[in-house]
Structure formats: structure tokens, C-alpha cells
Design a protein around this ligand. Structure first.
Ligand code: F6R
Length: 601
């Protein structure tokens, strides 16, 4: 996600902060900034690379404390104004922030006499602190009181002009303190300062760190707590990957957090309503006759999951096309057709070409993407951001989960606007969505079992994935993940299609991985499991409830959360693909012949 750095010590802060930001560049970002502080506070920030920030930083400076940030946009495009740090009206309080402040609109409304200069959720924080300081609070009290009013996920680091301390606090977003010889470092991960110290303190949720020349003090609920430290043994390369061997595995494990960010502040369970921050008018949404989803690869499979959701929740005919095959045929009424581009990068040439065809035909267009400011967002009528944070491994993992979750929110939104979805049904969909991050975590906690099975079957001739309904795109995605990183032959099939041809390929050497959960017509798929079992194929089933475990060679349990169980199953498929590929020593993060962003048609 975004990156945070901070320094308080006896050296000049600016070069240390700049190197810290460069160390965090691997996470992906679209703008960067630094605030240097002593009795005054000076902010430097730029959209684009850290390199362009360095051009505006003074060559020599004297300040020995400061904070910095690399931003991956979630609220507002990547501009100089939206880059962090953000300040209050007097420019005395500077804040850098990772995460999402869910109630920022309500807080902005309460601060109506303040002038805001950015589109961000973050900017409310320095203004809240400013109010507290003006009402006589001490700096620590002001920070505590402001933070108490925030809802959402955050890691915040705060600097105040003329105040000796820096303040750092977290809620569901990581923050780590480095105890160096010349001072104290702060980072959203240890790569920010690993060359200076390996003695660290990880902040826990709700802990406030007060960093001064004397060192670090920690507080929880206003009470002082003990500072415990640990010694890191990681090398820089491992640290970038959070201690994981590959980005892909790290990103698989980031899914609960990514999903929380995706869903954060976008629905209200009590009323069964959703707000995905789009401007398409209700009258228009009521009038649409067809949704056409255009996307490639994994995003196409997310689109297929979504098509089922749009049909069932929003009562609108939905087609999914491979973007490179897309034509807007003349028979359809363009004005009553919403064309949705699903693309994590926002730069895929085939998807851009498809969306341009739709625009030329006069259709309304929407992008569902992870990348604010990407080409697709500049061309479509409206965009919804999936907020998964940057994905570095070539194989899409967390972005698939966040795409499906975002599209599910969109389907509920469109369904409610069209009057096609009752509040009761919406509540049950949202309840299932809300359970997703926890359910995904439960699957991740069973990684050892998946690893064992992957090792046992790694040398198989081929792998087949089967599923129905929501399980079908997950079967296709499971096969794609396995083939792209292990180079093994893998295919995904609609389970019912096996007997119409592919069954000829099934032998004792071809494991079949089946989705047997809610939302995947498990009872019918079990018949297909019996067919492959009769041909001696080993069967690995992802199962919720009581679905004929006796037919399975391996059973992986999926937590009982309803219609999004197939999406949870996909996490088993990701871990399986990862461990098969790892067993074979493949180049997992950069598979041969593939690129993260495919910018040619
Ligand atoms: C597979 C994968 C690709 C992408 C596809 C579309 O793991 O990553 O199949 O999903 O190239 O990319 P985006 O979503 O950036 O348009």
C-alpha cells in the first residue's frame, strides 16, 4: 500500500527520509512528499516519482526530524495537492497516513469553517488536531482526541511545528519503529530504515508512540506501556517481501487486509445500502438493459463472477467478453448499455481498445481498477477503485479478490438503485461479504496442509479444475494461476462439461480440483466428481457443509459464509499453485513470457 517514513535524531533528516522513500519505492506509488520540522514546518511534495520530489528538496537543510510518504491513491487523483504530508490551515501540523478514514466526509462537514486543499480523506486529521490544539490541549492530548474521532484503518505519523515530539499511531495498518544509533526511525515496513538499524518495535493497534530526542514512549488509552524491542535477521530483499520468499505469497497473505480496505466504509449493513462513490444517475441505472463487462485474463474471470452477481442481484442481463474479442454490435441500444472495464492496472491495451469501441458507439462506460490516474480512468465516464494496494507479483492474486468484492458491492448498489434488490437480500449479501476477510484468513492459516498436498501432487501430468455457477470462474482462475507460474498443463472447466469431451483426458495422473461450496451447485458437481473418480483421478475438494467427503482424496474446508465461498476457495487454489511452482523452483514473481501490465494488443 502506501509507504511511511519518519526520523527523529541527531543527523540531518532530509537525506535519511529521501533514502527511506526510495527504499519503499518497490511497493508502488504515484506521488511522494516530505515534511521537515523544527520551530517551523516545511512541506515538499510532488506527484510522480521520488526522483521529482528530490528535485524540489533543498540541497542542504538543518532539521533533524521529519516525516515522509509515498502515496498510492485511494481518494482523489495523484496530484501534488493530494500527495502527503497534509497540513492544517496554519501549516503547523503535518500528517502522513496509510489506510482509509471511513468517516472523513462527516468529519469534513463538521469542520465546515476550515479550508481544505485536497480531495483526500487524510486531510481531516491535521485539521482535527489543529482544533484540539486551539482549545488548549497538549500535543499528545490533541493527537489522542483527534484519533479517537477516526473510523477506519490507519497508520498515522504526525509532526507539529515547535513541538519536540513526533507521534505515531496505528489501527489495522502496519507501523514499525527502528531504534538507531543516531536517532529513531519510523516506517510502514522495516525496509524504510533497514540499513540504519535492525532493532525494532512493532506498534500494536491502538498504541501511540511518542518519539523525542530521549527515545520512544508508548501509550495505550492514555496509560504508558512498556516498549519491547526485537532484533531483525532479514536481509533487505526479504524485508521488501515482508519476510516472504516471493511477492506472490506475500500478496496472497495480504488478502484479508486488502479486502477490508476494499469494503471499508462502502456499505451499511443495517439499511442494506452501498456507496461505491460513482455518479451514474439513478434514472440511468434504472434504464439500462444490458451490462457488458470487458476484461482480460484474471480480470475477465473476476468479471464472470460479477456477471452472475449482476444478473441475480440487479436483474440486468450481463455479458462478459474477452477484451481482445470485443465489438460493440449495432443491434444494441448504446444508451441503455453500460460497458464495464475490469482491469487492475488500468493500462491493458486490449481492455483500453475495447472500452474505446464502446465509447465510440455511444455507450456509458465505467472502470473497475486498482490504479487511480491510470489511462482507463481518464477515458471512461466513471471509475470505482478496488483499493487492493499495489500488486508486484506478475500473477494477480489479491487484486482478483478485491475486484470480485468491489463488483459485488457495485451489483448491490445497482440492484438497490434499480429497485431490484430488497433490503433484506442486500443485507444477507453484505453479511457474506463482511465475513470474507476472516474466512480468507482461516484458509491462509491452513497453508501447511495445502503445501503438503501440493508437494504430493506436484509431478502430476496435468491438473483440472471444475466448478459451477460462482465456482466456474474460480475453476478457470485456479487453472490460470497454476499454469502461469508452474508451467504445468492446467485447465478449468464448467463441471457439467467434463462428460462432453474433457473427460477423455482424465487419468490417475491428473488431479481434479473441485469447488464444492455454497454458490457453486455442489450437489451437481459431486456427480462430476464421481465421474472422474471412476477414472481413478485423485480429487481435491474445497468443501463447505456436508458434501460427500467420502468421494474426495483431499478435503479442504471452506468457512460457511454463503455466496462468496467460491471466492474463499480461490485462496486454496492460489496457495496450491504457489507451492507446486515453488516445489519446481519456478520464477514465481516473474514467470517466463509474461508481464505485469500488457500494453500491446
Ligand atoms: C494473471 C494476470 C493476467 C491479468 C491480465 C489483465 O495472473 O495477472 O491475466 O489479469 O493481463 O490485466 P489487468 O487486470 O491489469 O487489465
Amino acid at each position: 500500500m502506501c509507504g511511511i517514513v519518519g526520523y527523529h535524531g541527531t543527523e540531518t533528516a532530509s537525506p535519511l527520509l529521501a533514502t527511506g522513500l526510495q527504499n519503499l519505492e518497490y511497493r508502488g506509488y504515484d506521488s511522494a512528499g516530505i515534511a521537515l520540522v523544527d520551530s517551523d514546518l516545511t512541506v515538499y511534495k510532488r506527484s510522480g516519482e521520488v526522483e521529482s520530489l528530490l528535485e524540489v528538496l533543498p540541497e542542504s537543510s538543518t532539521q533533524q526530524r521529519g516525516i515522509g510518504h509515498t502515496r498510492w491513491s485511494t481518494h482523489g487523483p495523484p496530484t501534488d495537492e493530494n500527495a502527503h504530508p497534509h497540513t492544517d490551515e496554519d501549516g503547523r501540523v503535518a500528517v502522513v497516513h496509510n489506510g482509509i478514514i471511513e468517516n472523513y466526509e462527516a468529519l469534513r462537514a463538521e469542520l465546515s469553517d476550515h479550508t481544505f486543499t485536497s480531495d483526500t480523506d487524510t486531510e481531516v486529521v491535521p485539521h482535527l488536531i489543529e482544533e484540539e490544539l486551539e482549545s488548549g490541549a497538549t500535543p499528545r492530548e490533541a493527537v489522542e482526541a483527534a484519533v479517537a474521532r477516526l473510523e477506519g484503518t490507519f497508520a498515522l505519523v504526525i509532526a507539529i511545528a515547535g513541538v519536540e515530539e513526533l507521534f505515531a499511531i496505528r489501527q489495522d495498518s502496519p507501523l514499525v519503529i527502528g531504534h538507531g544509533e543516531t536517532g529513531t526511525f519510523l516506517g510502514s515496513d522495516v525496509t524504510a530504515f533497514l540499513e540504519h538499524t535492525r532493532e525494532v518495535t512493532y506498534l500494536d493497534d491502538g498504541e501511540l508512540a511518542v518519539i523525542s530526542g530521549a527515545g520512544v514512549e508508548l501509550y495505550r488509552d492514555g496509560e504508558s506501556v512498556e516498549v519491547t524491542t526485537e532484533q531483525l535477521t532479514w536481509e533487505a530483499d526479504a524485508a521488501e517481501k515482508g519476510g516472504y520468499e516471493h511477492y506472490m505469497r506475500k500478496e496472497i497473505h495480504e488478502q484479508p487486509r486488502a479486502l477490508r480496505q476494499t469494503l471499508s466504509g462502502r456499505y451499511d449493513l443495517d439499511s442494506g445500502t452501498v456507496d461505491v462513490e460513482i455518479d451514474l444517475p439513478r434514472e440511468y441505472l434504472r434504464s439500462i438493459e444490458e451490462i457488458q463487462i470487458v476484461a482480460c485474463g484474471t480480470s475477465n474471470y473476476a468479471g464472470r463472477y460479477a456477471a452472475e452477481l449482476f444478473e441475480s442481484l440487479a436483474d440486468v442481463r450481463t455479458t462478459v467478453e474477452i477484451a481482445s474479442e470485443y465489438e460493440f454490435s449495432g443491434g444494441r441500444d448504446p444508451w441503455r448499455t453500460l460497458v464495464v472495464a475490469v482491469t487492475q492496472s488500468g493500462e491493458t491495451a486490449d481492455t483500453l481498445s475495447a472500452i474505446r469501441k464502446a465509447i465510440r458507439a455511444g455507450a456509458r462506460t465505467l472502470a473497475v481498477t486498482n490504479t487511480l490516474g491510470s489511462t482507463v480512468t481518464r477515458e471512461v465516464d466513471d471509475s470505482v477503485f478496488i483499493r487492493a494496494g499495489p500488486e508486484i507479483g506478475v500473477a494477480a492474486t489479491k487484486t482478483f479478490a478485491s475486484q470480485v468484492a468491489t463488483l459485488a458491492l457495485l451489483a448491490v448498489y445497482v440492484g438497490r438503485e434499480r429497485g431490484a434488490l430488497s433490503s433484506n437480500r442486500a443485507r444477507s449479501v453484505l453479511q457474506s461479504l463482511r465475513s470474507l476477510p476472516g474466512a480468507v484468513q482461516q484458509v491462509l492459516d491452513r497453508e501447511d496442509a495445502v503445501h503438503e498436498v501440493a508437494t504430493a501432487y506436484a509431478d502430476s501430468e496435468a491438473f483440472f479444475f471444475i466448478g459451477r455457477k460462482y465456482g466456474r470462474p474460480v475453476a478457470l482462475e485456479g487453472a490460470l494461476k497454476l499454469k502461469e507460474i508452474s508451467y504445468d498443463h492446467a485447465e478449468g472447466f464448467a463441471a457439467g462439461e467434463l462428460k462432453h469431451g474433457p473427460l477423455a483426458l482424465v487419468t490417475a495422473e491428473t488431479p481434479v480440483l473441485a469447488v464444492l461450496t455454497d454458490g457453486s451447485a455442489a450437489t451437481e458437481t459431486l456427480n462430476n466428481v464421481k465421474e472422474v473418480q471412476a477414472r481413478s483421478a485423485p480429487v481435491i475438494g474445497a468443501v463447505s457443509g456436508d458434501v460427500g467427503e467420502s468421494y474426495l482424496d483431499v478435503t479442504w474446508e471452506v468457512p460457511d459464509i454463503g455466496m462468496f465461498e467460491p471466492l474463499v476457495t480461490n485462496v486454496y487454489w492460489q496457495l496450491f499453485a504457489y507451492h507446486v511452482a515453488d516445489e519446481k523452483g519456478r520464477s514465481i514473481d516473474k514467470p517466463r513470457n509474461l508481464a505485469k501490465s500488457v500494453t500491446v494488443e
